[in-house]
Design a binder for this molecule. Structure first.
Ligand code: SAH
Length: 359
């Protein structure tokens, strides 16, 4: 049987059921039954479509590994816990984190590794990188066993579908995708029930302005928050988006390191939306957890000592590598690059009042 493309799936869905919401469009394009963008390729790195912090420098994963060890110690260093990564990509962050965590052998013997990943090609890369730690893979959090948990997710929440609501003189409408003369086109639909998830800040929108919500991200935040409140320790999410909920459109498509039209490359381009950190933190707190931040990625990495780590690596490196280390650090913390658009948010058991990296 010939495998359908994500575009075929989308066309068939619209032909059968009418226009789809932006969220349904994202779901099919990214994760559609065996054909979506993530299902079919390794999107990361120079030859791929985009590059992420762990692929820029080993320092990123190493500092997160040390953050995990420190957080585990603050939580009383339990003898057994789950280390969970959501959307581990090529496994680079976790490989760097676990190498750095060798400073505490007991951390490594106490942890069981669980990876939440929908992409089969990426699971294969993760198995190569992390096989010695005998990870277990999951499609989502529902099958991850209970117990004290340290969880990390870098550029995971931004991949979850968003609903877009547009203010019109007649009130809110929902943005969707339709087929017009056999071509994909934006359209406006009556708003779906997710409209109820808009934050107070969104309600001031004027005609033509757009507000976004991600029920999928809020659901992950609620599930993780409940887990932290129940079983303890902490979760760390790093992604891009505002600290406070804000009006604005953020759906973007990226292919081969360039922005493109989201409707032109269905299933062949990455699609993301900004993460509403205030809404995510709120959902976790409502589930009984404590939230920390969000703080700028620069604040998080500098507080954890990225400058010291870069100096240490440079001391052992040749001239060419020294330049590369300095450039990578600038890319991660410069406010004009990833330093301020990217944020770190932690969600923990309520008893953990302070966490490293969140001054
Ligand atoms: N954390 C990695 C990869 C980020 S790309 C890094 O920083 O380099 C997003 C990752 O999330 C990919 O591994 C992708 O396959 C995974 N992913 C996207 N949507 C997902 C979903 N709904 N459930 C589980 N994993 C998902």
């Amino acid at each position: 049987m010939v495998q359908s493309s994500a575009l075929d799936l989308l066309r068939r869905q619209i032909a059968a059921g009418g226009p789809v919401t932006v969220a349904e469009f994202m779901r099919i394009a990214l994760a559609g039954e065996g054909a979506g963008y993530y299902a079919t390729r390794d999107p990361l790195g120079g030859a791929g479509d985009f590059i992420t912090a762990p692929e820029i420098s080993q320092m990123f994963g190493e500092l997160i590994g040390l953050w995990c060890v420190d957080t585990w110690e603050r939580a009383g260093a339990p003898d057994s816990f789950l280390l969970v990564e959501m959307g581990p990509g090529r496994g680079t962050l976790m490989a760097d984190a676990l190498r750095a965590a060798r400073v505490r052998p007991r951390f490594l013997s106490a942890m069981r590794l669980h990876l939440v990943e929908i992409s089969r090609p990426l699971r294969a890369l993760q198995a190569e990188r992390l096989g010695t730690f005998q990870p277990q893979w999951h499609d989502d959090l529902t099958t991850v066993p209970a117990g004290p948990t340290l969880l990390v997710g870098n550029e995971f929440l931004d991949a979850l579908p968003i609903h877009q609501f547009q203010m019109t003189p007649q009130g809110w409408r929902e943005r969707g995708v339709d087929l017009v003369d056999d071509a994909l086109a934006w359209t406006l639909l009556p708003p779906g029930p997710q409209l109820a998830l808009l934050q107070a800040a969104h309600k001031r929108a004027r005609p033509d302005e757009i507000a976004e919500v991600s029920p999928a991200a809020l659901s992950v935040a609620g599930t993780v928050g409940a887990r932290m409140a129940e079983d303890g320790i902490a979760a760390l999410f790093i992604d891009y988006g505002p600290v406070e909920s804000a009006i604005g459109e953020s759906l973007q498509a990226v292919k081969a390191h360039r922005f493109c039209d989201p409707l032109a490359e269905v299933g062949a381009a990455d699609l993301t939306g900004h993460v509403d950190f205030a809404a995510v933190a709120n959902a976790a707190r409502e589930a009984g957890a404590r939230s920390h931040g969000a703080v700028a990625q620069a604040t998080f990495l500098e507080t954890l000592g990225i400058r010291t780590r870069a100096a240490l690596l440079s001391a052992k490196a040749g001239e060419e590598d020294r330049v590369a280390i300095a450039q990578a650090m600038t890319r991660l913390i410069d406010p004009r690059q990833m330093g301020s658009l990217f944020k770190a948010l932690a969600i923990s058991h309520p008893s953990l009042q302070e966490l490293a990296g969140f001054p």
